[in-house]
Design a protein around this ligand. Structure first.
Ligand code: AMP
Ligand code: FE
Ligand code: FE
Ligand code: ZN
Length: 281
């Protein structure tokens, strides 16, 4: 069984439509794939329909942008939650609106030095999708300012750059609680991705576990090797689900479908704990 539980479509910052992503998952030889767009579930219907048509297992998911009390970014995966649970939707609405304002600010700052504007960025974003730095990166590429997304993130879009603007986001323990209330299964995404920026203090893990954290994404290319060992120990001590996944973004990132996988027993635990929506397996 080849199970990949973390992918993005163009509903957020991937480059393929939800249906195209499912077809890519089949081509990559996957048996089960989860769609986990940032702060959005609008890709679920099309992805599920295509998954049924082509005969691949499908797990509806989402990746929630959070920020801890130290201002460190946390990504929380949610599987099988009720997409209509209003308290969670309210929190996501706040975040999506804050993201638009923040992206506009970054573009304003960039526009002081580069030929870029908000209209150019919007051309790279599907209507209603989650706006983020990847779309600004695409506009910078189209304007010939950088070669690709990676170069943009390494320089002008880095969190260390003078053009960077942060945005408010839900506290991770609160997000864990909301996901559980929505019948979902909360899994901490790439918790030890030290290359991306600062990683959270141990206390943030314990706060999330106390709030009902179900699992940790151990096998992810951005986790350090030492971090993976630490996470495995944490998972054993707290009986957490262990996942592995690609974090595929189409051509937007180097990550390839199936480059990391989740064990079938771990998927079974997710399906057993998830009561807010239907797994197609
Ligand atoms: P934002 O949420 O707007 O701060 O942007 C962060 C998003 O950018 C993450 O969800 C990643 O998927 C994406 N990202 C981060 N680093 C890179 C990179 N080097 N190349 C492409 N996408 C990236
Ligand atoms: Fe992303
Ligand atoms: Fe993430
Ligand atoms: Zn992701």
């Amino acid at each position: 069984m080849r199970i990949d539980l973390h992918t993005h479509s163009n509903v957020s910052d991937g480059t393929e439509s939800p249906s195209a992503l499912i077809r890519s998952a089949v081509a990559a030889g996957l048996d089960v794939v989860a769609l986990t767009d940032h702060d959005q579930t609008s890709g679920w219907v099309a992805a599920a329909a295509t998954a049924q048509e082509v005969g691949i297992g499908f797990i509806p998911g989402m990746e929630i942008t959070c920020q801890d009390s130290q201002g460190i970014s946390v990504h929380l995966l949610s599987y099988l939650h009720d997409p209509n649970y209003q308290p969670l939707l309210d929190e996501l609405d706040l975040a999506l609106n804050a993201r638009i304002i923040r992206a506009q600010r970054i573009v304003e700052r960039l526009a002081e030095d580069y030929p870029i504007n908000w209209d150019l960025v919007r051309e790279h974003c599907q209507p209603g999708s989650t706006v983020g730095r990847p779309h600004i990166a695409d506009a910078l590429v189209a304007a010939g300012i950088v070669e690709n997304r990676n170069e943009a993130f390494a320089n002008v879009l880095s969190f260390r750059s003078r053009y960077y603007v942060a945005h408010p986001a839900v506290d991770p323990a609160t997000a864990v609680q909301l996901v559980r209330e929505a019948g979902g299964v909360p899994v901490f995404a790439h918790p030890k991705a030290s290359a991306r920026g600062r990683v959270v203090a141990d206390k943030t893990f314990y706060d999330m576990i106390d709030a009902g954290l179900a699992g940790v994404e151990v096998y992810h290319r951005d986790n350090s090797e030492e971090g993976k060992r630490w996470l495995l120990k944490l998972a054993t001590e707290h009986d957490l689900i262990i996942t592995g996944s690609s974090d595929y973004h189409g051509t937007g990132k180097l990550n390839r479908l199936g480059e990391n996988l989740t064990e079938p027993e771990m998927l079974q635990r997710i399906i057993q704990e998830g009561t807010g929506s239907q797994a197609l397996v």
